[in-house]
Design a protein around this ligand. Structure first.
Ligand SMILES: Nc1ncnc2c1ncn2[C@@H]1O[C@H](COP(=O)(O)OP(=O)(O)O)[C@@H](O)[C@H]1O
Ligand SMILES: O=P(O)(O)OC[C@H](O)CO
Length: 495
């Protein structure tokens, strides 16, 4: 039996999963690492922690699976996107902490860019909104604030990468400086139509282009891991940003196919085929995957708080001990109360993109308690998803979830939340048997590239349903509930 090792380097933890040739997960290892919050709105990771947790979980999972490294034929890397690392080319030492996608330190600079009228240029070239979320202003910040950094970058001494690129550099012992098109598409430096770094944008930010990685297909040759790491040199042959990898793991290959991943936040991707659709509703245009030099595009909606609202019930309000307790509470909630929770803890993402507003609760009565709040928390995730799907529908001119919404991520385990989601979007919601779709997607890329796994059509047939949630709510109730949500959002934005 041959195996593929998938590294899923996420925002709060790193997972390594070994898949066999039949794409069955054999063993998993997970490691949480430290989050750094040096100032309000700043979020950093120590790049050495990202590397140590990646190498460590890989070694642990190989040991746990009891497989001979000779039989591990390929490595796939999927990663938190946008997070920015700059390191010294000769020593591999980062010159600053990784600035994480959630970090808002460049908000004022982004505002200046918007006021200076650059938004359309960025939208045309990169498909993105001007927002601190993406890598380019984080990279500029490092070049502006670390002593001598820009000069050193000009002399070719420093390299930039998203997390995939940094891990490839470390795994290959500094031999390969590369990324894939899905990660490049999140930097706000990459022209997603022309398929190359934008010299116009690099000039605007004074970013020396020598420090940018080579951009490859998502299934490609990214070099081999150092022999001393895992017992032999293993080819790295699949790379994709985590949300794109999840869309692959969900086999969303056809235009119109749609997935939503419910982890800490929620990211919905709609495959739009070989056409980059420019959103009129503040969604992002991105690359879903790139194979054989051909990009497949997607519309993406990002919600910052999904499962995190359940964490707030647990750690903030302390009305639950376990995420799964939300379901029995929601079932007991008083149906006559209409409590609406807008979880804008860090502002609102798509389609509102308001970083300043904060969360709110409407409709409380003397009898409102944990049951109603738990219900409102789960409901808020469905309402936000409907916001995204309505925006997608308007962008593509036909119902976005015309077939089915495929869901994954930790929160998709909640039957109550998934049923309510189907009710509110008025369409079927399919949950697959394998919820680790992110690792699965990149394992498939890596395995396919080395010829050990099936091509696209065969892989798509392996997707297996765990449960389908069909809409049951009557239309009047649905529209009344959704209208109440829209009013609550309006009030939240106005507050
Ligand atoms: N049964 C459940 N009901 C509701 N939320 C859940 C349930 N199980 C997990 N979650 C939520 O899912 C999230 C974890 O999902 P995961 O995919 O591991 O996230 P991430 O990769 O972002 O860390 C947590 O925020 C948790 O609150
Ligand atoms: O690491 P996750 O799962 O929280 O995903 C983060 C996204 O890639 C950010 O764009």
């Amino acid at each position: 039996m041959k195996y593929v090792l998938a590294i899923d380097q996420g925002t709060t933890s790193t997972r390594a999963i070994i898949f066999d040739e039949a794409l069955k997960p054999v063993a998993t290892s997970q490691d949480e690492f430290k989050q750094h919050f040096p100032q309000s709105g700043w979020v950093e990771h120590d790049p050495d922690d990202l590397w140590a947790s990646s190498a460590g979980t890989c070694r642990a999972v190989i040991e746990r699976a009891g497989v001979d490294p000779q039989n591990i034929i390929s490595i796939g890397i999927t990663n938190q996107r946008e997070t920015t690392v700059v390191w010294d080319k000769s020593t591999g030492q980062p010159i600053y902490n990784a600035i994480v996608w959630q970090d808002r330190r460049t908000a004022n600079y982004c505002e200046e860019l918007r006021k200076a009228g650059h938004s359309d240029m960025f939208a045309d070239r990169t498909g993105l909104l001007v927002d601190p979320y993406f890598s380019s202003t984080k990279l500029k910040w490092i070049l502006d604030h670390v002593d001598g950094a820009r000069e050193r970058a000009r002399r070719g001494e420093l390299l930039f990468g998203t997390v995939d690129t940094f891990l490839i550099w470390k795994l290959t012992g500094g031999k390969v400086h590369a990324t894939d098109a899905t990660n490049a598409a999140r930097t706000m430096l990459y022209d997603i139509r022309k398929g190359r770094w934008s010299s116009t944008i690099c000039a605007l930010f004074d970013i020396p282009m020598e420090m940018l990685p080579e951009v490859k297909d998502s299934a490609a040759d990214f070099g081999v891991s150092r022999a001393d790491l895992f017992g032999r040199e293993i080819p790295i042959s699949g790379v994709a940003g985590d949300q794109q990898a999840a869309a692959l793991g969900q086999a969303c290959f056809e235009p119109g196919m749609l997935k939503a991943t419910y982890g800490t936040g929620c990211f919905a991707l709609l495959n739009t085929g070989d056409t980059p659709v420019q959103s009129k509703n503040r969604l992002l245009t991105t690359i879903a995957y790139q194979l054989d030099g051909k990009p497949t595009y997607a519309l993406e909606g990002s919600i910052f708080i999904a499962g995190a609202v359940v964490q707030w019930l647990r750690d903030g309000l302390r009305i639950i001990h376990e995420a799964s307790e939300t379901q029995p509470l929601a079932e007991k909630a008083d149906p006559m109360q209409n409590v609406v929770l807008v979880p804008a803890f860090t502002g609102l993402g798509a389609p509102y993109w308001n970083p300043e507003c904060r969360g709110s609760v409407f409709g409380l009565t003397r009898n409102s308690g944990p049951n109603e709040l738990a219900k409102a928390a789960l409901e808020s995730v469905a309402y936000q998803t409907r916001d995204l799907l309505d925006a997608m529908t308007s962008d593509i001119g036909s119902k976005a979830d015309k077939s089915v919404l495929r869901v994954d991520g930790g929160m998709s385990a909640s039957n109550w939340a998934m049923q309510f989601l189907a009710d509110i979007i008025d369409g079927p919601v399919d949950r697959p048997q394998i919820l680790e779709t992110t690792a699965l997607g990149v394992a498939w890329l890596a395995g396919m590239q080395v010829g050990a796994m099936p091509e696209r059509e065969e892989f798509a047939k392996l997707w297996a349903l765990d449960r389908e949630f069909a809409p049951q709510m009557n239309p009047q109730t649905r529209e009344a509930k959704y209208a109440a949500w829209k009013r609550a959002v309006e009030c939240t934005l106005a507050f």
